[in-house]
Design a protein around this ligand. Structure first.
Ligand SMILES: *[C@@H]1O[C@H](CO)[C@@H](O)[C@H](O)[C@H]1NC(C)=O
Ligand SMILES: *[C@@H]1O[C@H](CO)[C@@H](O)[C@H](O)[C@H]1NC(C)=O
Ligand SMILES: *[C@@H]1O[C@H](CO)[C@@H](O)[C@H](O)[C@H]1NC(C)=O
Length: 352
């Protein structure tokens, strides 16, 4: 049964609800999301931080035009991953009042925009550090046990899909701002990989058996980084930054390979964001996009969050569907959809 659904999924790229006696059944019981703004569906709405997206024009292209805290005009990767797995939506942000009762049975989202692997990055922006996200996951597990009973809770925990998205903010909003703390990008990547290693060990210890970790995206191609680190603003991407991302990604892959041999009952896969984003930026037209250099919101070169992408931003584009970037760092819903589709093979390996 599961196999057939997966093949259908791979063949058609259609959202993977698997019809079982006429009833749509997701491929896993639940999804748990950790990390940063690529996954955060609104946890930062409930904390005191500047890293928020709960005001227009964020959320502009949802049917009800409500800004939920997603750093996007519409759906983000968590939403599309939920759909790929056959859920009608993504699990609720853990700090939201909706993350309670029966809703917890299909998972929870612990991610917090502006967070990273390194807790200090999160502290700089007063968001939820990864270590605290793991604490919340422990608390979640207790709630799940009460709700579902301990054996059912255990099977939800071990069959669920876990997704981690972190690292971009550690580079962009910590390392590149005060690089003097670390001797080299290489040493900084080791620091982050060490934390990633511990995170996987902790999740495994808490029962996780299917973990997908996002690679770093090609963050040297974001409008913000080109504006700040590019030469004269005409570069397609900032090579130095992309090289750092690739260096990290190589280490991440090595680490994941070693771990998947080490933990015999753990499925762990790197979900590559670098390639699909790079491809969107370097050949947008063949994929239905006309603007890859500027974000839709405001002038699109520096705007992100309340400082610059806000209801009175001047120059916000009327139609984001042809833009790769929504603000100066986050992809549009249209780009997120394509990126999510490119992750399907990796997700299949995890849910098989
Ligand atoms: C991370 O874990 C992998 C696999 O055990 C190991 O090969 C690698 O050296 C570790 N890296 C760091 C920085 O701890
Ligand atoms: C960037 O491109 C614009 C328009 O193509 C051009 O006028 C400008 O001179 C270029 N700047 C640099 C630094 O190359
Ligand atoms: C935006 O553009 C797309 C493609 O050109 C079109 O299908 C869509 O209807 C437009 N949306 C709005 C709100 O104008």
């Amino acid at each position: 049964m599961a196999m057939r659904c997966l093949l259908l999924l791979a063949a058609s790229l259609v959202a993977g609800s698997c019809r079982h006696h006429g009833e749509a059944r997701p491929l896993v019981p639940a999804v748990m999301l950790f990390g940063d703004s690529l996954l955060d569906t609104g946890n930062n709405d409930y904390i005191d931080t500047v890293a928020k997206a709960n005001f227009p024009p964020y959320g502009r292209d949802f049917e009800d035009h409500i800004a939920t805290g997603r750093f996007c005009n519409g759906k983000i990767l968590s939403d599309f991953i939920g759909e790929i797995l056959g859920f009608t939506s993504s699990p609720y942000a853990y700090l939201s009042p909706d993350a309670s009762g029966e809703n917890l049975l299909s998972g929870a989202n612990f991610a917090s925009a502006a967070s990273g692997y390194y807790d200090q990055t999160a502290h700089m922006y007063n968001v939820i550090p990864l270590s605290q996200q793991l604490e919340y996951f422990k608390e979640y597990q207790h709630k799940l046990e009460v709700l579902a009973g301990s054996s059912q809770a255990q099977s939800i925990i071990s069959d669920s899909l876990y997704i981690i998205s972190a690292g971009s903010n550690d580079y962009l909003f910590n390392y590149y701002i005060k690089p003097f703390i670390y001797k080299s990008p290489d040493q900084f990547s080791d620091l982050l990989i060490g934390i990633f290693n511990n995170t996987v060990a902790e999740l495994y210890g808490m029962g996780a058996r299917r973990i997908g970790v996002f690679s770093l995206p090609s963050f040297g191609c974001a409008p913000l980084t080109i504006t700040v680190f590019g030469h004269g603003g005409n570069d397609t991407c900032v090579t130095r930054l992309n090289n750092d991302a690739q260096r990290f990604n190589r280490k991440l892959s090595t680490s994941v390979d070693v771990m998947s041999n080490w933990y015999h009952d753990l499925k762990i896969v790197v979900l590559d964001l670098y390639t699909p984003l790079h491809s969107l930026v370097t050949s947008p037209r063949s994929q239905g996009f006309t603007e890859a250099r500027r974000g839709c919101c405001g002038t699109g070169t520096v705007e992100a969050t309340v400082f610059l992408c806000n209801p009175i931003s001047i120059g916000t584009c009327p139609n984001a569907t042809v833009y790769v970037f929504w603000d100066s760092i986050h992809p549009t819903e249209a780009a997120n959809k394509l990126i999510a589709d490119s992750l399907i093979d990796g997700i299949n390996l995890l849910v098989m």
